[in-house]
Design a protein around this ligand. Structure first.
Ligand SMILES: Cc1ncc(COP(=O)(O)O)c(C=O)c1O
Length: 469
């Protein structure tokens, strides 16, 4: 039965509905209409009550069909504003039309930590910044450049990290690198070559960073953690350098306490040791006044590391180090000798984003969006997953979801995977003897906006069932 219906919203919908399976028929018809371009992005759909009446089906049938299509990304909805064809429905259509099984593209829902909402990358602002920057860049910028990075970007970064994070530095001490990961690699190489053998790391941390340190020949030793961050009074014997996440301990979430900040800065000054500050999500603090950088306590001994991986996208591979004078030249030499220079075009665009204020605007927008997601996650877990405890949420893009005693991380990760949801257990972040118990590190930034509610609902269902069982 093919029918063209004129709804009370004034929208003509050509819908083919099966009388026996109206809900799936309606879903398929709407999908076809979006896929075929007959319903353009942004088109408002009739209220479920109106469409139900026009089609002669129940209101629930329409509401459920809308809900399913919102979860799939074809439609978008907001309470009080109705339902419309999603802006990114074209991409969903392309993905749906792409050959190969959906699983080849990764899990359907992803709540692992580490990646922001890359669908929200500010393409327009980036393009505009790149165009403006390219129009005026001197030809020299396209040649082999200073291994520390383009001056225009180092000037912008020195101003930015000083203003936004309280870092005490100058453009000649900034080294641009391919993400914090490359900055850490360069530092470890330089420190190792100068005789440092042991890098102390937090008892829970980024496994990739331990891998980088080991790759360069460093021995890695664990510093215990508690609710005040790393216990820096207990640095392992032989420590020559310390890697810390002072603003928001990764992944447990504490901020390094003021007396510990002073303690570790004092240790570095006294011993000539080096502190590496990984400020990976320092811009994203929600509940208190911003926790500033550790670096200004001892700028000649603390290396500050920042990244665009959370604020813009990890695919840019853009990070920055603010270095003590004695290390800046050596790190730049290591970059130059091994040819690990960054491309000029992205540096020019980032410099212009910062200079124009677009970078700050993007950070502020993302902060609001991620805070909302965090609140929705915490609310949903409180209502639907009794027994779990959420901590570490004052900042960043992830939460620590502590599991009730007796629940194993692996079991939860496996049953989530069986439902198309990727989650990460805490155990993989652990370095030494300290064990804070089973937990999930839930990254709430990764799913695109249209999939967030469904991803959280699945997580809650997995946890609820596990607790019940
Ligand atoms: C603890 C930590 N540090 C740093 C980063 C950023 O790394 P990069 O700048 O190499 O992308 C991440 C990203 O996930 C992280 O989790």
């Amino acid at each position: 039965m093919k029918e063209t219906r004129s709804t009370s919203a004034g929208l003509d919908l050509h819908l083919e509905l099966s009388p026996t399976r109206p809900r799936s028929g309606l879903e398929a018809a709407l999908r076809d209409a979006v896929r075929g371009g007959r319903l353009a992005a942004g088109t408002a759909l009739p209220a479920s009550r109106v469409l139900a009446r026009d089609l002669g089906v129940s209101r629930n049938t329409v509401a459920e069909a809308y809900g399913q299509l919102v979860a799939e990304g074809w439609l978008a909805a907001r309470h009080g504003s109705g339902t419309w064809v999603a802006e990114r429905a074209g991409q969903v259509a392309a993905a749906a039309a792409a050959p190969g099984p959906a699983t080849a593209r990764g899990p359907r829902y992803d709540l692992r930590p580490g990646v922001p909402d890359v669908a929200a990358f500010p393409r327009g602002a980036w393009l505009a910044a790149a165009r403006r920057a390219l129009a005026v860049a001197p030809a020299d910028e396209f040649s082999y450049a200073d291994p520390r990075g383009l001056e225009v970007l180092r000037v912008a970064l020195a101003e930015y990290v000083g203003r936004a994070r309280g870092v005490a530095t100058t453009p000649d001490r900034i080294v641009v690198c391919a993400g914090f990961a490359q900055g850490l690699e360069l530092l470890c190489e330089v420190l190792r070559a100068a005789g440092t053998r042991t890098l102390a790391v937090e008892a829970y941390g980024h496994p990739g960073h331990r891998g980088i340190a080991s790759w360069t020949g460093m021995r890695v030793a664990a510093i215990p953690l508690d609710e005040r961050g790393a216990d820096v009074a207990a640095l392992p014997a032989g420590t020559g350098a310390v890697l810390l996440t002072p603003a928001h301990q990764y992944p447990l979430g504490a901020a390094l306490a003021p007396e510990r900040r002073r303690e570790v800065a004092g240790w570095a000054t006294r011993t000539g040791g080096v502190v590496i500050e990984d400020d990976y999500d320092g811009e994203f603090r929600y509940d208190r006044q911003a926790v500033g950088a550790l670096q200004p306590l001892a700028p000649e001994h603390i290396v500050y590391g920042g990244t665009a991986s959370k604020s813009l996208a990890p695919g840019l591979r853009l990070g920055w180090l603010a270095l003590p004078e004695r290390l800046a030249g050596e790190v730049a030499d290591a970059k130059r000798i091994t040819g690990r220079l960054n491309g000029s075009l992205d540096q020019l665009a980032l410099a212009e984003m910062i200079r124009s204020g677009d970078y700050d605007r993007q950070v502020r927008r993302s902060r609001v969006a991620y805070r909302r997601r965090r609140d929705r996650l915490v609310g949903a877990l409180a209502r639907n997953a009794p027994g779990v405890r959420v901590t570490g949420i004052a900042a960043g893009l992830h939460a620590l979801v502590r599991l009730p005693a007796g629940l194993a991380e692996e079991g939860i990760v496996a049953s989530a995977a069986a439902r198309g949801l990727a989650v990460q257990g805490l155990a993989g972040s652990r370095v030494g003897e300290q064990d804070v118990g089973p937990a999930l590190v839930v990254g709430y930034a990764t799913p695109p906006a249209h999939a967030f509610s469904a991803a959280v609902a699945r997580l809650c269902a997995v946890l609820r069932e596990a607790v019940r069982a």
